[in-house]
Design a protein around this ligand. Structure first.
Ligand SMILES: [Mg+2]
Ligand SMILES: [Zn+2]
Length: 318
């Protein structure tokens, strides 16, 4: 079918204009076959205009709305982007947002005391704008359905340094709108993530994250996430980090005293620890004496996984 698709003139692949609508759509359904072309937009191959079944491609809507790429083409892109990163002595790093780089809660979930204190603090710091030194933000507060967002201590330094060693990608279970607003707080000048912000809408399996929608080879990808269970197929790429909780919302579930507000010390933050681990892996990978370049980071992660815990003080936050 793939060859037929390639050689069929586009005019024959389209339903005739005089066909009744229902017949035309039945035919369109029957034609949902594999074609050998790489790029699918809104369910149709960009080259031969055939309808292409989702089974034959992967969603890359974070790059362009409704974009899908064939498995083969995605693999070629993975090779290319991994090779390009290696040219800059970089590996790839996937970063979770919630509880890894920040803690966000709905304004309506704050206790009255927290609201009074935190909203005032956020408004005071907002004068500096997202580019400023602020670490607490109100998002959409004018609608009454907004969030208050606390960035994890050390996160700006973490991103600045990690960007020198890794191609950075955000991968979150948050929705696209929320994620793009939060990413703007972390990366106001789009220096770090570019288009690489993967959200819930891009996941191929409900409630799970997978490297299938990441354009980098699994051998060269590290993941930093507080939730191991969402990465069932990629545990060997994962560096688990203590979850960051700042607001008291949900404290009962976590067995923490209500009203407790946890912050980490800027330079003793779990992100500072994670950065040291990531730097260690990067350094070993590219150390010419060890000859690991071109190898598989998963072997190294397996050895180091047990070493990544937050500092003893962080245990209270988990
Ligand atoms: Mg998380
Ligand atoms: Zn095609």
């Amino acid at each position: 079918m793939a060859d037929l698709c390639k050689s069929t003139p586009i005019s024959l692949a389209r339903p005739g204009p005089s066909l009744p609508r229902s017949i035309a759509s039945d035919r369109a359904k029957r034609r949902r076959v594999e074609c050998s072309h790489p790029v699918i937009h809104e369910g149709r191959c960009l080259l031969c205009e055939r309808a292409v079944d989702d089974d034959h491609s992967l969603p890359f809507g974070f790059l362009r709305p409704s974009l899908r790429l064939s498995h083969e083409y995605a693999d070629r892109m993975r090779e290319a982007s991994t090779g390009a990163a290696l040219g800059f002595k970089k590996l790839h790093l996937i970063l979770d947002l919630d509880h890894t780089l920040l803690h966000a809660v709905r304004l309506s979930d704050l206790t009255p005391e927290e609201e009074e204190r935190l909203v005032a603090e956020a408004e005071r710091k907002a004068e500096f704008g997202p580019e400023g030194r602020g670490d607490i933000f109100l998002d959409g507060s004018e609608t009454g359905k907004g969030f208050v967002i606390k960035l994890r201590p050390f996160v700006r330094e973490f991103l600045r340094k990690a960007d020198e060693l890794f191609v950075l990608t955000v991968y979150t279970m948050g929705g696209r709108a929320y994620s793009s607003r939060v990413t703007k707080l972390l990366d106001p000048d789009r220096e770090y993530f570019g288009d690489r912000v993967i959200t819930r809408e891009d996941c191929t399996l409900r409630g799970r994250k997978s490297l299938d929608v990441v354009l980098a080879k699994e051998t060269n990808v590290l993941i930093l996430d507080d939730k191991k269970t969402v990465w069932p197929d990629h545990a060997e790429n994962l560096i688990a980090i203590e979850p960051f909780y700042y607001f008291s919302q949900g404290t009962e579930k976590r067995g923490v005293q209500p009203g407790f507000v946890h912050d980490e010390d800027e330079h003793d933050s779990a992100l500072a620890t994670a950065l040291r681990v990531l730097e260690g892996i990067h350094q070993r990978y590219f150390d010419p004496k060890l000859g690991l370049e071109g190898g598989d980071v998963r072997t190294m992660v397996r050895q180091m996984q047990s070493q990544v815990r937050g500092t003893p003080g962080d245990q209270s936050s988990s």
